[in-house]
Design a protein around this ligand. Sequence first.
Ligand code: DX5
Ligand code: ZN
Length: 220
Amino acid sequence: MSEEIKISPSILSADFSKLGEEITSLDHAGADYIHVDVMDGHFVPNITMGPEIIRKLRPYTKKVFDVHLMISPVDKYIKDFANAGADIITFHPEATEDTSNTIKLIKSYSKKVGISLKPKSEIDLIVDHLSSIDLILIMSVEPGFGGQKFMPEVLPKLEELKNIISKKNFNIDLEIDGGINFDNCNKAKKAGANILVSGSTIFKENNGNLKKNIDLLRSK
Ligand code: DX5
Ligand code: ZN
């Protein structure tokens, strides 16, 4: 895991009527990744976008597509998201019957594997898989909607994972997602996060000045 902080803006807060342009703007504003929240109205109580939209958005940037799947069952859609141009595919362990198998499936398309833990999901769900994944996404809100309040109670879980990863020398990125703003971003970094997801802060603060907001989240 690199110590450099990466910013992964969530297009959940973008204007859906011009997503292509929004992605190009994020690219020019210095985003490291593009965070794509996929929701199915079943695993979470909201519906967003599927692989066809991702495929259409792919030509708008060369940046990493950081695809967060909040869908269940997840396995049967991995192929479609991989072929649509996802670079990192992150799933929730509760959305599969066999976590090892889902990891293998994602790897079979040469994509990076992420596992996401909801605020109440325990580390036990992933400890056996640390040698075979690239990223852990810690949710700091209940998945489903942008603009929710950050839950500081997830920070000890982040710290614990950071310790385990450092001790065992695993090469795993730690990403935090939900309610990240200019006040709490530093706490998240100190707890061990090296990738920050942000939707509302990046799109809404400072009159939507994407570059300023990305720079502030990175440097604060
Ligand atoms: C929530 C999503 C997030 C989130 C980010 O289910 O995974 O990516 O909406 O948006 P903000 O930064 O507005 O919480
Ligand atoms: Zn997300």
